[in-house]
Write a protein that binds this ligand. Structure first.
Ligand code: NOJ
Length: 491
């Protein structure tokens, strides 16, 4: 693979080509009021003045360098190198080569005017065997990255687990089927917190429990590619929830006082089909029940009755002490919001709600699973604030894949991504203007990267990445997001 030098990289095709918005001279700071307004100036909806705008990525999806500086293999390395998956997916051995290009990538964030960056730490870099002796070089990269971010006034949000489980733990313990994996995770999280919380003030514990458990351990469609029984799967869910609580305790025990900790959850998002008080209540009831295995138990310290009734004899085994660990106090809830899971209406039945089936004509983005319902961005944080009194919420991810073909002039006019983001942000503005405590938003993703079981076929970045040359090129959505940040308003 040919790689660009730093100097060549600086000449990336650029902002100037991307139209008047990119070249605008409007003063920064305009539009900081929180209420919606029509100014005739083009921007219509403002956010709170201290709102944190960021971008997000994860370690395995961008870093590459899988064999460098003592990193051990993760379940995703093994999964992508299996003969049956490798041809279709490729692998992330190099990915965005961010391990070497991180300084340039921080400049990409800076060019957006982003104030925060959510990234993840690769557990197998820190503990190549999953537990035991830490790799002395394991945290060096993150130390360099943190220093670079802070030198550029970008606030780091570090995620402890974004699915790259050390393969050794899968081999030794069966991965998340074992409680010992939860204990190993807490040890790793404590180790990292002790060394990084002098600079990292926000830690996301686990990214999207539901996705990696369901697809990785239930359907065999993500690493480690298992299809466990219902009972085993519920035990995995419980162990992951336990890991969340144990890691919160470890981070508090070893991190600096004041470190803020919370999960980054892809909750099952339930939207009232028609916004009547009865349907809104039904959507809240559904939200509580359908998130029983993760956010509900984390915030309530009990498995909802409806959940236990539903799983019946396949319920996990657990103790009262487990429940109190799982519900260890968190400081914020991160929400990854992409699509609606259900539209809900009130019903005179045991559950108090009915989930309405989606019509075949319901629209979706480039990825078929990515149904378009921007109002999910209003309802997800609203339910969390209302049901559980959560006082601090971050949108830890939101974004879409797009086909991103270059136009004749070489630019990427990703109007579909802009449409998607703009409409979600309008609903986020609805939420903040009603006082729902959302403090920041992280677009997924800074740049195209390895999209798990979609390999490199699905692109989510604000920057296009040519994976042969590692050239990064801003798409039109990068200009769009830069203007959003500059005005602190939807433009
Ligand atoms: C959520 C996951 O956290 C992220 O890793 C993934 O790339 C995006 N969804 C898009 O599918």
């Amino acid at each position: 693979m040919s790689r660009l030098s730093r100097r060549q990289f600086g000449k990336i095709a650029g902002w100037a080509a991307l139209g008047p918005a990119a070249a605008s001279t409007e003063p920064a700071g305009a539009g900081t009021a929180q209420e919606s307004r029509f100014t005739g100036q083009g921007f219509i909806s403002g956010f709170p003045s201290d709102f944190l705008w960021g971008t997000a990525t994860s370690a395995y999806q961008i870093e590459g360098a899988v064999n460098e500086d003592g990193r051990g293999p993760s379940i995703w390395d093994s999964y992508t190198h299996r003969p049956e998956t490798s041809a279709e997916l490729g692998n992330a051995d190099v990915a965005d080569d961010h391990y070497h290009l991180y300084k340039d990538d921080v400049q990409l964030m800076k060019a957006l005017g982003a104030k925060a960056y959510r990234f993840s730490i690769a557990w197998p870099r820190v503990f190549p065997e999953g537990s035991g002796t830490p790799n002395p070089k394991g945290l060096d990269f993150y130390n360099r990255l943190l220093d670079e971010l802070l030198a550029n006034d970008i606030e780091p949000f570090a995620t402890m687990y974004h699915w790259d489980l050390p393969q050794a733990l899968q081999d030794r313990l069966g991965g998340w089927i074992s409680r010992d994996t939860a204990n190993a995770f807490a040890d790793y999280a404590g180790h990292v917190a002790e060394r990084l919380t002098d600079r990292v003030r926000h830690i996301c514990t686990i990214n999207e429990c539901a996705r990696f458990v369901h697809l990785g351990y239930g359907l065999g469609l993500d690493a480690p590619g298992l299809k466990l029984s219902r009972a085993e799967l519920n035990q995995v869910r419980h162990n992951v929830a336990l890991a969340q609580g144990l890691s919160v305790q470890a981070i508090r025990a070893h991190g600096r006082t004041g470190t803020k900790v919370g999960p980054a959850e892809n909750i099952v998002i339930c939207i009232p089909a028609i916004e009547t008080p009865a349907n809104i209540r039904a959507a809240e009831i559904a939200t509580r029940e359908l998130n029983a295995a993760y956010l509900t138990v984390m915030l309530e310290g009990e498995y909802a009755e409806g959940y236990l009734a539903r799983v019946g004899k396949d319920a996990p085994s657990y103790t009262a002490r487990d429940l109190s660990i799982i519900s260890s106090q968190i400081d914020f809830v991160g929400l990854n919001v992409y699509r609606p899971d259900h539209y809900v209406v009130a019903a005179d039945n045991d559950r108090g709600f009915t989930l309405i089936p989606f019509p075949a004509s319901f629209p979706h983005m480039d990825s078929a699973w990515l149904r378009i319902a921007p109002e999910a961005m209003y309802w997800a944080p609203r339910h969390v604030a209302k049901l559980w009194g959560v006082k601090s919420i971050y949108i830890s991810e939101n974004g879409t894949s797009a086909t991103d073909e270059p136009a004749a002039d070489g630019n990427f006019y990703d109007l579909d991504r802009i449409m998607y983001l703009r409409n979600h942000l309008l609903h986020l503005q609805r939420a903040t203007s009603e006082g729902i405590p959302v403090s920041g938003y992280f677009v997924w993703s800074l740049m195209d990267n390895f999209e798990w079981s979609d390999g490199f076929q699905k692109r989510y970045g604000l920057y296009n990445v040519d994976f042969d040359t590692q050239r990064r090129t801003p798409k039109l959505s990068a200009s769009f997001y830069r203007e959003i940040i500059r005005h602190n308003a939807v433009v």
